[in-house]
Design a protein around this ligand. Sequence first.
Ligand SMILES: [Zn+2]
Length: 501
Amino acid sequence: MDQNKCLLLKNGTALIHGENDRVEARRTDILVAGSKISMVAPNIAAPPGAEVINCTDKIISPGFVDTHHHVWQTLLKGRHANHTLMEYMPEGNFTSSLHSAEDTFWAQLTGCLEMIDCGTTSVVDFAHVNYSSEHSDQVIAATASSGIRSIFCYCPTPLLKTWKPFAVEMNSLGGHVLLKFDELASKAPWANGRITLGFAFDGFRFLPHENLQALMTRLRENKVQLITYHYSRVPEQGSGSHTAQLRDLGILDDRFLVSHGGNPSQEDADIYRQFGMHVSSTPSTELQMAMGSPVAAFRDDLGDAMPQCCSLGVDCHSNNSAFIPGEARMGLQSARASRGEKFLAQGKSPNSVHYTVEEAFNLATIRGARAAKMANRVGSIAEGKLADLVIFSGTSPGMVGAAQHDPVAAVILHSSPADVEYVVVDGVLRKRAGKLVNVDVDKKAQGFVGQPKLAWDDVAKEVVSRREVLQKKIEKIDMRAAAEGIKDMWHLDRSKLVDSI
Ligand SMILES: [Zn+2]
């Protein structure tokens, strides 16, 4: 086990944040002692027993921060390639009901390992899979086993009662749900502090006044630092702003993180600024599912509020890659495209691209850390911060040339997960020389896993067989009818859902 050992990264090109989030590519050594970065300087002598990694021609980046991700969805991968949001809802979101607690462990572990493989070291996990107390425990056990850093945002999950007619338990805070939340709050954090407790909920707007007040009191008593909810301003959900509704209910503050925030109004942007809130933009799903151009940091037509509050997430690795630089790339280039279209519409062309790779890189790192309320601990390379680091090859076929000329451009526009050679989380190597290291299985899962350690191949084999079982269950369900049921439940305006304009 690598824990508590010293790690010396020799002669790498480190991407170091300075004033105003400017990024400097600096040739340096980095010494990791225990879980922290203890020294950033040239020519550091290796302490006795230190593991030394030669980083010549390699780029050392802060670990990426993914601020919106449903990590349990691995068994659904590939399913939503041509789905709208309303097609995704039954086949994606509500198939949580078909997952056993053991399925959830394997799916969650694989989701975490995919992220680590991609260089993500911290994630805000919007966990809407809490069908039972055991499901929550296995999500945490899998996350702990993987080694990733996570804010486990416990979600009171709308529990499915029947597929046809489509019906869910309307009181999503009843039964075991809040009792489990209290129990988790009494036990958090987990895994040496790597996993903390947050809260994810899309139902604030629908709670009776007393219940809402009681819930907010509970969140304070349980010391929850991060609260997240889904919101994009889309026509079928009405013209009003959900965020404005929450403001009017008097519950917003700087703990709130909006998932997506698509198609924001000036009112939305003003609220984010007023309350110090943040937004997690997830370009792949927002582009696919008609939530407007991804807001990322690039919606500067609403003043500087959006650039200040944005970060990046993957949302559904069931639908797209978990590679955060890929999302940064997509957000950046789509913003350039949207801006260019405005010029073209007036018969002109822009003289500059306006949005830079440095801004995209910051969304993936320091701004993500701010959105997750972790900027004092992660998101940049600095002495005293936690050692969450990604080391890219600078000489792979994709990276060579770009890595030497402009390492930030190399990471944002040229890299792939295959270029991620080493990943360090909390001072521990979790990917080494291009391969995920074996994981120690959390003791809560060892009973059914049957072994204390797992190699990636063991995990992949289990996912393939569990996915097949899930597929057979899904094939028996009338998903079109379920989608209609969800539209009724959400009181969507069907006149706004059309096939052509
Ligand atoms: Zn989501």
